[in-house]
Design a protein around this ligand. Structure first.
Ligand code: G4P
Length: 552
C-alpha cells in the first residue's frame, strides 16, 4: 500500500468522559470489533483483561481510576484505528490535555442518566479550542435516562454545539428496546447480553411505521418516539459532514456499552465521518528545504515536495512529529523512559535519523515500539497519524519536535500553570541519589513542576501541580519505582509567575517589594519565579514593582 493510502486510512482519536460514564467499557468493546481483544464475555474476564490492558499501574487499581495513558490500535473495515487512552480523573487533566493535542478527533461518552457532567464539559472545552471534531455516545440507555430531546438540548445549550442524533433510542431503562438508525430508517432491537458478547446480535426491522417496531414498544414509548422524530426532523440541526469536521456539530449515537449495543453503529459512523490525519501548524514558519530522500512511493503523493511553511500536511514526504508524553519505568523491571511521538507527516522507518528541533542534534530512532497496554512490539514502519514509543534517549522533553528536515517546529502542547504547591522532603539522606533521580525523571515526564527555594546553603524542593492528586502519584511512584520514601508539606501558594526584567538579567531580590506570604524561587531553567497565595498578593507586587513584569 502506498504511503498516501496508509495515511488516509489512519483514524487517531481519544475517548473522553466524566469518570464512570463508561469510557473503559466502550474502549473494551471497540477493541473487540478490531479483534484486538478476545474476551470470554464474563465480568471477571473483563476485569482481568482490563487490568492487563489499560490499568497497568498498581495505583490505578488501588484508586480505581486511570492515571496513565496508553495507545491502542487495531484494523477495522479497512481503517487503521489509533485509540489514545486518556486519564479519567479530574486531577490529571494536564496529561489528558496533552493527549488531546495528539488526536484528530474525539468520542465523548455521556451517561444517559446524568447528561453533561463537569469533567465532560472541561474536556469538551479543550476540544473546542482546537476545533477537534467530537462524536457523542450517550451510554447506559439500559438504565433510566433523561429524555432524548432533553439530552440533545443539554448538549447544545451547555456545550454550544449543534447535536445531530444519528439514531434515536427506543425508550430507556426497563423500557429500552433498541435504537432507530436515521440513515437507514431501520430499528435495531436491543438484546440484553450481560458481560457484552462480541458483536451483540441485532435484529433490524423497518422504521417507525413497521408494525413489528410499533408492537415492540409500549404505547407511551411509541408516542414519545414519534414526537421526538418529528422534532429532530423539523426543528433539529441538519447533517453536514463539513460541520462535523469543523467541530460545529456533534453526531450523537445512543446505546449501551456494557451490553455492546449501539457500539458498532457508533464505530461505523465515527469512521465514516471522522478526519484522517490533519495538517499541523509549523511554528517555525520560514522555508523548509526538502533534504530527505523522496519516499519510494512519492509519485503517489500529490503534494510531495511541497509544504505550506505554516502548515505541514500529513502527506508531506518528510517525516516529522512531536513528543506529547514521556513515561518512565513502563516496565518495572527496567529503568526505561519512553517518549510517545505523534507522527505528523510522512513515514517513519526504524533506524532513521531525525533532528531534535530544540537542540539541533541528530538522533537515530532505533528503538521504536508500539505500546498496547503492557505489551510492546517493535515498530519498523509507521505513518502520519500513528503514535510510536521511542526509547533509548534521555534527550526528549514533552513538546519536542522531531523531523527529517530542518525548519519544522510544532508548538502543540499547552502548558497549564500549577495551582497547588507542596514541599517535598527526603527523610532518609542515604537515599538521596535515588530520591533525586526519581524526582528528576518524574519532572521530565511532566507529572509535576519542580522549583528550588534557596535556603541558606541548601535548596528546598517545591512541587507544583494542577491538582493535588499528582503529589500522591509522585510519592507513590518514588516509593514503588525508585524505592525512595518522601514527605510532603502542603503550602498556601496558588499562583506562580516568572519575573521578567527589562534587560533580561536576574532581578535583585533586595530591590523588590515582595509582600508577606509571597516567595521567590527558581524554576527548572533557573529562572526566577514568584509564588503568591492569591491575586491580592500578586496585584500588590505588580503595583509596587514597576521595573519588572510577571509572565506565565
Ligand atoms: P469510566 O471508564 O468512564 O470510568 O467507566 P467504566 O467503563 O469503568 O464504567 C463505569 C461503570 O458503569 C461500570 O460499572 C460499568 O460496568 C458500568 N457501565 C458501563 N456501560 C454501561 C451500560 O451501558 N449500562 C450499564 N448499566 N452500566 C454500564 P462498575 O459496577 O463500576 O464496574 P463493573 O463491575 O461493571 O466492571
Amino acid at each position: 500500500m502506498t504511503t498516501q493510502k496508509e495515511i488516509s486510512r489512519r483514524r487517531t482519536f481519544a475517548i473522553v468522559s466524566h469518570p464512570d460514564a463508561g469510557k473503559t467499557t466502550l474502549t473494551e468493546k471497540l477493541l473487540l470489533y478490531g479483534g484486538a481483544l478476545h474476551l470470554a464475555g464474563s465480568v471477571t474476564a473483563r476485569k482481568k483483561e482490563r487490568a492487563t490492558v489499560s490499568d497497568w499501574m498498581e495505583l490505578e487499581r488501588k484508586r480505581g481510576i486511570s492515571v496513565s495513558s496508553t495507545v491502542l490500535n487495531f484494523d477495522y473495515g479497512g481503517y487503521h484505528v489509533n485509540l489514545l487512552d486518556t486519564p479519567g480523573h479530574n486531577d490529571f487533566s494536564e496529561d489528558t490535555y496533552r493527549v488531546l493535542t495528539a488526536v484528530d478527533s474525539v468520542i465523548m461518552v455521556i451517561d444517559g442518566g446524568k447528561g453533561i457532567e463537569n469533567q465532560t464539559r472541561k474536556l469538551f472545552e479543550v476540544c473546542r479550542r482546537r476545533n477537534t471534531p467530537v462524536f457523542t455516545f450517550v451510554n447506559k440507555m439500559d438504565r433510566p435516562a433523561l429524555g432524548t430531546l432533553e439530552l440533545l438540548d443539554e448538549i447544545e445549550r451547555v456545550l454550544k454545539i449543534g447535536a445531530y442524533p444519528m439514531n434515536l433510542p427506543l425508550g430507556s431503562g426497563g423500557d429500552f428496546r433498541g435504537i432507530l438508525d436515521r440513515k437507514t430508517g431501520q430499528a435495531h432491537f436491543y438484546e440484553r447480553t450481560p458481560g457484552g458478547t462480541f458483536r451483540a446480535p441485532v435484529a433490524t426491522h423497518g422504521g417507525l411505521s413497521d408494525p413489528v417496531v410499533k408492537d415492540a414498544l409500549s404505547p407511551t414509548v411509541y408516542a414519545a418516539l414519534c414526537e421526538e422524530m418529528e422534532m429532530v426532523e423539523h426543528a433539529g440541526v441538519s447533517f453536514s459532514p463539513d460541520d462535523v469536521l469543523a467541530g460545529r456539530t456533534t453526531p450523537v449515537f445512543f446505546g449501551s456499552a456494557a451490553n455492546n449495543f449501539g457500539v458498532q453503529l457508533l464505530l461505523d459512523g465515527f469512521l465514516g465521518y471522522s478526519p484522517p490525519p490533519v495538517a499541523r501548524a509549523n511554528a517555525a514558519g520560514g522555508t523548509i528545504p526538502v533534504t530527505a530522500a523522496p519516499a519510494a512511493d512519492s509519485a503517489d503523493i500529490d503534494n510531495a515536495n511541497t509544504a505550506d511553511n505554516n502548515l505541514i500536511d500529513p502527506n508531506f514526504e518528510t517525516f516529522s512529529g512531536f513528543v506529547f508524553k514521556i513515561q518512565a519505568n513502563m516496565d518495572p523491571r527496567h529503568r526505561d523512559r519512553m517518549a510517545f511521538v505523534r507522527i505528523v507527516s510522512g513515514k517513519f522507518t526504524r533506524g532513521m535519523t531525525a533532528t531534535l528541533a530544540r537542540t539541533g542534534k541528530a538522533i537515530r530512532l532505533a528503538n521504536s515500539s508500539n505500546v498496547f497496554g503492557r505489551e510492546r512490539t517493535t515498530v519498523d514502519e509507521a505513518y502520519a497519524g500513528d503514535v510510536i514509543g521511542v526509547m533509548g534517549t534521555d534527550s526528549f522533553r514533552i513538546g519536542d519536535t522531531l523531523s527529517g528536515a530542518p525548519g519544522i517546529v510544532y508548538d502543540e502542547i499547552p502548558s497549564f500553570p500549577p495551582e497547588c504547591f507542596a514541599y517535598i522532603h527526603n527523610p532518609s539522606p542515604a537515599n538521596y541519589k535515588r530520591f533525586r533521580e526519581g524526582l528528576t525523571q518524574l519532572v521530565q515526564e511532566g507529572l509535576v513542576k519542580l522549583y528550588d527555594i534557596p535556603s541558606g546553603h541548601q535548596k528546598i524542593s517545591l512541587l507544583g501541580a494542577v491538582g493535588p492528586l499528582q503529589f500522591d502519584l509522585v510519592q507513590y511512584r518514588l516509593e514503588s519505582e525508585y524505592n525512595a520514601a518522601s514527605r510532603l508539606e502542603q503550602t498556601d501558594w496558588t499562583i506562580v509567575k516568572r519575573i521578567q526584567t527589562k534587560d533580561g538579567a536576574p532581578a535583585d531580590e533586595k530591590g523588590l517589594h515582595i509582600p508577606m506570604g509571597a516567595k521567590m524561587a527558581l524554576d527548572k531553567d533557573d529562572c526566577q519565579v514568584l509564588l503568591f497565595p492569591g491575586d491580592w498578593h500578586m496585584n500588590f507586587f505588580i503595583e509596587h514593582n514597576k521595573e519588572v513584569t510577571l509572565a506565565d
